[in-house]
Design a protein around this ligand. Structure first.
Ligand SMILES: [Zn+2]
Length: 1002
């Protein structure tokens, strides 16, 4: 690897800059295709003139037969089925007439037949005459293809009814480069091909309108608007004629050829400079595509001005494919979507004309080079050209919730994975990323790398460097090292370290300002800044200084001798071997604030330490955003710590009406979460409080968290600490998750009149030390989990221990949800009454911990008893509800089988409102016993069967905008239970009645 730059510089010295680029193979395809639309198949004839520009003699040649992947048992099928949540493509279920196949009938080199073998999607042919360096050869193939029904990328009949999306559709020559052959099997995504010329003749029924990766060379013959040339027009009349028609396309300097055909296409023609733009969309989508031709013109113009000219004479944007996909001079996008989504996909796929089509890196190996640059262009166009940012809110929510579209929000998926410790190096082969979520890093971390070049070079030098890279590598295959060399040439920086850190590693960047001072001196102010590198990545730093008069200046800390243009203070170099840095420099005015990179272009994972201020008390308080209520689930700011305030109103039986103020704070994703609430109770005249803090800690590796609580709410005081760790092999597509934890708590009951009669409580205090673990698994329609929890404790009067074991599972069977639950809990010693197990719901302490259940507990006791109110928990014997003496015990063994999703109004009739109800059946059995009871006392077995009707109150009755305004919008279910059979000697004399329950199910 290290030899290459040496060799190149030698070549440079001898042969001048043009020979600097690596050699590259070249090909000229001539293809004749005759479609049989009734059987979704075609006959193909191909002649390739292949030029070997390599210094090697080639003895074999490889072709991709992509459509071979679309049959049961292919690598694509098996890979898809191996996904933890079951395959999505369902290639294994395709009937034979929907499967793809490529049957090669003959293959000749210069007229001599070749022998070949096919493995997966790769054809390997031994050449009859070895191909020497600099020589060319002619290869001829005839074949028959059955086109698959579209499951991914290409095929017939996409989800929007477009008949032919022809991508990866022909036997395509594999690329040979300095690293040898790239005959990669078609498993998931991304391609690599030989640059050259395509002459393609497509014969199909005259009723089709066709578009392709090139210029139509017989426009008068095919018509459909192509004969009109470059005039702005929209043709919506069907293609006329009978029999078959042949469309001839010609494309140069492309590495692939794709085409589309449909009988209901409208053909819109637009023009930008000397580029003819063809838009092909279903005639029924005409209104949805009203803005498209303007967007495309603006995009071509904007991208050309930023990164170099679009260099072909035509561009086709077609409604086709399975989302959005780029091909040279042609993009396929699905088209029945809203304007912003259509604009987004067109902006992205058009960007690929620069990075993929014109600059053709190997997408299978270095997908970040095309996706990262394209994603950069997409977000730049959306923000700067169309004044749009990524905003996930829609409709009413868009009006109600403010959205701060900072540049980091585009890359939040990188932050999320990086902070959780699940990111993978960007140079991972695209099909080989561990999970789908991390394969997305090529887009967003890739974009981050591009943005960081902009950060390091400054805006104008960055654009210059990008144009140099595009010009230098137009119609060629650059690698990351070639990019590095191009931007080094343009910028003057040396960037080995930069690409090594960000492309080949998963190291993180976190710089901090440790101290800032600015004191009067002879020439002005002696400003001292002390910095530290809190993680592993090394980057130059822009430091934005704010003077006491509010004006600003920029200081730059370089990592090498290169100096960034347009900077007021060039500070001394920070050598990468040092963790800390301090420097004093003279500023004309007093500096009161310093911030590392306010542009958000540097991907620093923790900006809470990026700001320092002089003066008191600013220097000791963290810089933060403080605002009244704001949604955080999608938009927690990344630039600094955020605190939001909201009022609180509550009622409890013990304390009466309560009014309070809550401040909760946090930083990107789940870091430094804090909550402080203070409440005044008008009934009891007591002050309640709620203090919480949790944050990830590195102590036990990734996904480890420490939580602290101190709370006094509704008559119960608790102080505690917990350490939890989540273990999962994958971040998202994970076959199982394992949680383990440790906790210590001190709890105390305050006030004599609390709690009410719904659930028993002992007064006084108790302490517990707990350990727990749970494992959950989800696979296709099957899920299950087991959890166990052990607490050792001592109350004021006694010592006790409790052990709980819970298991549940479910599966989807004949369209029904079939589930099972098991609970076993046992106690030794004398636990406080609030920890006793409840046969008909949750223990008192569990109920108190759940805010909605606590509210229900707080209603008048008579009401609860009369209505047999139950609150869901480990007790499944709901006929017991209201029978308080019998239902609480030290030991509980309980199990249940449920069948859900029985509501005919949901299953068959889809009646509005009525379909929102869940109807299910349950059967339960169990023992509840204290020390006197034994398992053998069969008389204590309680059996029950009944029906349950439940509804999600929030989602049924409140608009989304309000549901999302709630603190944690978990479903709030109201359930009615009708036990229609119960067997128990513990039941009250009056028998059983309907019961209802309020529960929060997460
Ligand atoms: Zn893309």
């Amino acid at each position: 690897m290290r030899l290459r730059p040496l060799c190149l510089s030698l070549v440079f010295a001898i042969a001048g800059p043009l020979q600097l680029l690596a050699w590259q193979q070249r090909v000229h395809y001539s293809m004749e295709i005759v479609m049989h639309v009734e059987s979704h198949s075609y006959d193909g004839k191909q002649q390739l003139v292949y030029v070997n520009n390599s210094p090697d003699t080639l003895r074999h040649i490889y072709y991709h037969l992509f459509f071979e992947a679309f049959k049961p048992g292919s690598m694509m099928d098996r890979h898809d089925r191996s996904l933890p949540h079951g395959g999505v493509l369902r290639i294994g279920e395709l009937p034979p007439e929907w499967q793809g196949s490529v049957r090669v009938e003959s293959l000749k080199q210069e007229g001599s037949p070749l022998t070949w073998k096919i493995d997966e999607t790769i054809l390997d042919a031994a050449l009859a005459q070895p191909l020497a360096p600099g020589d060319s050869t002619t290869l001829e193939m005839t074949w028959k293809t059955r086109i698959p029904r579209l499951t991914r990328r290409g095929g017939w009949m996409n989800s929007e009814g477009v008949e032919y999306s022809m991508s990866q559709w022909y036997p395509k020559l594999a690329e040979y480069d300095a690293a040898g052959w790239h005959a990669d099997e078609y498993v998931q995504r991304e391609f690599y091909g030989v640059y050259g010329t395509f002459d393609v003749a497509l014969t199909l029924p005259a009723t089709y309108v066709v578009g392709g990766s090139g210029r139509v060379v017989n426009p008068e013959e095919v018509g459909c608007g192509y004969e009109l040339g470059a005039v702005d027009t929209l043709i919506t009349s069907p293609a006329s004629g009978t029999g078959m028609k042949t469309w001839r396309f010609h494309a140069e300097n492309v590495h692939d050829f794709a085409w589309v055909a449909d009988q209901e296409y409208a053909h819109q023609i637009a023009r930008w400079n000397d580029v003819t733009i063809h838009l092909l969309y279903k005639r029924s989508a005409t209104a949805l595509w009203a803005g498209a031709s303007t967007w495309i013109r603006e995009l071509l113009s904007y991208y050309s001005s930023r990164f170099g000219a679009y260099s072909w004479r035509q561009f086709t944007v077609a409604m086709a494919g399975d989302g959005g996909m780029e091909y040279p001079q042609l993009i396929m996008v699905t088209g029945y979507r809203g304007a912003s989504s259509l604009l987004n996909v067109i902006a992205h796929e058009t960007g690929h004309q620069w990075f993929y089509a014109m600059v053709g890196n190997n997408e299978t190996q270095e997908a970040w080079l095309d996706e990262g640059f394209t994603q950069y262009l997409t977000t730049e166009a959306e923000r700067k050209l169309f004044n749009l940012g990524f905003n996930p809110y829609e409709g009413l929510e868009k009006i109600v919730y403010p959205w701060v579209g900072s540049s980091w929000t585009d890359a939040r998926s990188y932050y999320q994975l990086a902070i959780a410790g699940y990111d993978e190096p960007l140079d991972t082969y695209h099909d080989w990323f561990r999970e789908d979520l991390t394969s997305g890093l090529v887009y967003y971390k890739g974009m981050a790398v591009v943005r960081m070049m902009q950060y390091m070079f400054g805006d104008s030098l960055f654009d210059e460097a990008m144009r140099h890279y595009v010009d230098k590598w137009r119609y060629r295959h650059p690698t990351t090292r070639d990019l590095e060399q191009a931007v080094e040439e343009a910028s003057g920086m040396k960037l080995d370290w930069f690409f090594n850190e960000w492309i080949n590693s998963t190291k993180l960047c976190d710089y901090a300002i440790d101290a800032l001072s600015s004191e009067p001196s002879a020439k002005g102010y002696a400003t001292t800044i002390t910095l530290s590198n809190r993680n592993e990545i090394v980057m130059p730093l822009d430091i934005i200084l704010t003077y006491d008069d509010g004006s600003k200046a920029m200081a730059n800390v370089p990592v090498e001798e290169w100096r960034k243009p347009e900077v007021e203070f060039h500070l001394p170099r920070w050598e990468w071997v040092m963790r800390d840095y301090s420097t004093t420099f003279i500023t004309p005015k007093r500096v009161v604030r310093a911030e590392i990179d306010s542009s958000m272009l540097l991907f620093d994972i923790d900006r809470t330490n990026n700001i320092a201020r002089t003066g008191f008390p600013e220097s000791i308080l963290p810089a933060s955003h403080v605002a009244w209520y704001r949604r955080w689930d999608l938009n927690r700011p990344m630039d600094r710590y955020s605190i939001r305030l909201r009022p609180a109103l509550w009622y409890s039986q013990a304390d009466g009406v309560q009014l309070g103020l809550v401040a909760d704070g946090g930083y990107a994703f789940d870091r430094y979460n804090s909550k402080a609430g203070i409440y005044y109770n008008f009934g009891s005249k007591r002050v309640d409080y709620d203090l919480r803090y949790d944050t990830p800690i590195g102590l036990l590796g990734r996904l480890t968290k420490i939580s602290l609580i101190g709370t006094n709410a509704d008559g119960v005081e608790r102080w505690g600490v917990a350490l939890t760790k989540n273990i999962r092999p994958y971040y998202w597509d994970t076959p199982y998750t394992l949680d383990v934890g440790l906790s210590a708590n001190h709890s105390r009951l305050i006030g004599e009149n609390y709690p009410n009669a719904v659930a028993p409580w002992s007064s006084g205090s108790y302490n517990t030390i707990g350990v727990w673990g749970s494992i959950g698994s989800y696979s296709g329609s099957l899920h299950g989990s087991i959890s166990t929890h052990f607490d050792a404790g001592f109350a004021s009067a006694s010592e006790f221990a409790q052990w709980r074991l819970r298991a549940d599972g479910g599966l989807r069977l004949w369209g029904l949800d079939v589930g099972g639950d098991f609970f076993f809990g046992t106690s030794t010693g004398e636990p406080p009454a609030q920890l006793r197990f409840n046969a008909a719901g949750a223990s008192s302490v569990t109920m108190h911990d759940n805010v909605v259940q606590r509210l229900a507990m707080n209603i008048r006791p008579e009401f609860a008893a009369r209505n047999h109110l139950v609150l869901p928990g480990e007790g499944y014997l709901l006929a017991f509800a209201g029978n308080d003496s019998a239902r609480f015990g030290k030991h509980l063994l309980n199990m249940r089988i449920t069948v859900g999703d029985l509501n005919p109004f949901n299953r068959f009739l889809r009646v509005p409102f009525l379909k929102e109800f869940d109807l299910g059946l349950y059967g339960a059995g169990g023992w509840i016993f204290d020390r006197s009871a034994r398992f053998s006392d069969l008389e204590d077995i309680n059996l029950e069967a009944g029906a349950e009707v439940s509804i999600d109150l929030l989602r049924t009755f409140l608009p989304n905008v309000l549901v999302n305004a709630l603190d944690s919008p978990a479903p709030l279910r109201l359930s009615f239970y009708l036990p229609f059979y119960a067997h128990s000697k513990l039941l009250p004399a009056e028998g059983f009645a309907y019961r209802y329950a309020i529960g929060v199910s997460m």
